[in-house]
Design a protein around this ligand. Sequence first.
Ligand code: ZN
Length: 160
Amino acid sequence: MQIAQDVVVAIHYTLTDDKGEVLDSSSGADPLAYIHGSGGIISGLEEALLGKVAGDKLKVAIPAEKAYGAHEPGLIQQVPKRAFQGAGEIKAGMRFTAQTEHGPRQVVVTRVAGDMVTIDGNHPLAGQDLNFDVEIIEVRAATAEELEHGHVHGAGGHHH
Ligand code: ZN
């Protein structure tokens, strides 16, 4: 069976940056399972996997714009410390979900100076070209329930 819209795909992957440093890997865990075409993985990787079959191995270089997007300076903001009331002491590296005009967004504190806190709403991998080493473990039809839920059930997916 070939990878196509709405099929369930399970892959093992290793993600490296342009310097060859490993950023993430499914090694030692369940393969990553997703429904093809549902937006579950980055678009550049979906494009590369289309038409492939179980057992295929591939290396894919994905430019930032087809990965997690450009790093947007506009997503870096200065907010007063009092906006974090109840969160305890604010330190660089802390993560929060901030309410923004575009809905809830994950932000990380990058700097605390006096009463001002700098937060960055960019994805940690924004602006980075990524390299994936992928092995396709399984390709199968999605169940009606999986398509309805928009995610994979079982190994590498949701258990409920
Ligand atoms: Zn479900």
